[in-house]
Design a protein around this ligand. Structure first.
Ligand SMILES: NC(=O)c1ccc[n+]([C@@H]2O[C@H](COP(=O)([O-])OP(=O)(O)OC[C@H]3O[C@@H](n4cnc5c(N)ncnc54)[C@H](O)[C@@H]3O)[C@@H](O)[C@H]2O)c1
Length: 270
C-alpha cells in the first residue's frame, strides 16, 4: 500500500453542484479522472451535458441532473439520483454559486435574497439532503463506517469582505460557520465537512461585466484588482488550481481533516 493509493477515488460516488462551468466543471472532471462516478448538477442543461462528455472522456461514468440548489426538491433529486443510479453517495461537493453585486446603500432586497438563496440556502439544502443519506448509509455499515465528505465553497470575501458584495460576503461567511457545524454533527458518522475559499479565479464570475449583465466585474474595478495582484506577484487562479484542493478534500488522503476552511487565493488573502 502506497500513499498514492490514498489519492484515488475508485468506487466513490460524488455529487457536484455548479458542475456545468468553471470550478465545478473542472472539479467534476478531476473526480472522474480519479475514478469517481459523478452526478453533474447544474441549473443549465447544455453546459452540464458538456461536463458529462468530459467525465466520460476521463474514463468514468456520470449523469446530469438539472435543478436549482435553492429548491429543496431539486437538491433531494440530486442525492436520490446518486443513490438510484450509482448505489450510494460518498462525496457531496457544493460549488454552485452566484453574485449580484451592488453597494450596500443601493442594494435592493431582491439582490440580497437572490444571492443568499443560491449560495447559503442552496448549500444548506444540498448538504442537508446529502447528510441525511450519508447518515443512513453509515448506520447500515455498523462499526466499520466508510469515510464520507461534504465540501462547500466559500470565498475570501466571506473572510475579509469585499466592496459591493455585502450579500455575497454574508452568504459565504455563513457557509463557513454552517460547515463547521456540519463537521461536528458528522463526527459520529465518519463524515468530514470542509470549505474551500477561492480568491480570484478566471471564470464567468470574474469576467468583465458587460452592459445589461448581472454577473461579472465592472471594467474599472476589475483592472484595479488585477493591477494590484500583478504588483504583488499574485497570478489569477485557474479552475484547476481549485479542483486540486476539492480533490484532496474528497479523497481518503484527507480523512483526518475536518471543520476547516482552506483559503486558496495564491496569496491574495494571507
Ligand atoms: N471565480 C471566482 O473568482 C470565485 C471566487 C470565490 C468564490 N467562488 C465560488 O466558486 C463557485 C464556483 O464559481 P465559478 O467561478 O466557477 O462560477 P461559474 O459561474 O463559472 O459557475 C457556476 C455554476 O453554477 C451554476 N449555478 C448557478 N446558480 C445555480 C443554482 N441556483 N442551482 C444550480 N446551479 C447553479 C451555474 O449555472 C454555473 O454553471 C461559486 O460558489 C463561487 O461563489 C468563485
Amino acid at each position: 500500500m502506497s500513499i498514492l493509493d490514498d489519492f484515488k477515488l475508485d468506487g466513490k460516488v460524488a455529487v457536484v453542484t455548479g458542475a456545468g462551468r468553471g470550478i465545478g466543471q473542472t472539479t467534476a472532471v478531476s473526480y472522474a479522472e480519479g475514478g469517481a462516478k459523478v452526478v453533474i448538477a447544474d441549473l443549465d442543461a447544455d453546459p452540464a451535458n458538456e461536463t458529462l462528455e468530459l467525465v466520460k472522456k476521463a474514463g468514468s461514468d456520470g449523469v446530469v441532473v438539472t435543478g436549482n440548489v435553492a429548491k429543496k426538491d431539486d437538491c433531494a433529486k440530486m442525492v436520490k439520483t446518486a443513490l438510484d443510479k450509482f448505489g450510494g453517495i460518498d462525496i457531496m461537493t457544493n460549488i454552485a454559486g452566484i453574485t449580484r453585486d451592488g453597494m450596500l446603500h443601493k442594494m435592493d432586497e431582491d439582490a440580497w435574497n437572490f444571492v443568499i438563496d443560491i449560495n447559503l440556502k442552496g448549500t444548506f439544502l444540498c448538504s442537508q439532503a446529502a447528510i441525511a443519506a450519508m447518515r443512513d448509509l453509515a448506520k447500515a455499515e455498523g462499526k466499520d463506517k466508510k469515510s464520507r465528505k461534504i465540501i462547500n465553497t466559500a470565498s475570501i470575501a466571506g473572510m475579509s469582505g469585499n466592496k459591493g458584495q455585502a450579500n455575497y460576503s454574508a452568504a459565504k461567511a455563513g457557509i463557513i460557520g454552517m460547515t463547521k457545524s456540519i463537521a461536528k454533527e458528522g463526527l459520529m458518522f465518519n463524515i468530514q465537512a470542509n470549505v474551500v475559499a477561492p480568491g480570484w479565479v478566471d471564470t464567468r464570475l470574474t469576467a468583465e461585466k458587460k452592459e445589461g449583465q448581472t454577473i461579472g466585474i465592472p471594467g474599472q474595478d476589475r483592472q484595479q484588482t488585477l493591477m494590484y495582484m500583478q504588483i504583488m506577484g499574485i497570478r489569477t487562479g485557474k479552475p484547476i488550481d481549485l479542483a486540486r484542493v476539492f480533490y484532496f478534500l474528497a479523497c481518503p488522503a484527507s480523512d483526518y481533516l475536518t471543520a476547516q476552511c482552506i483559503n486558496v487565493s495564491g496569496g491574495l488573502l494571507t
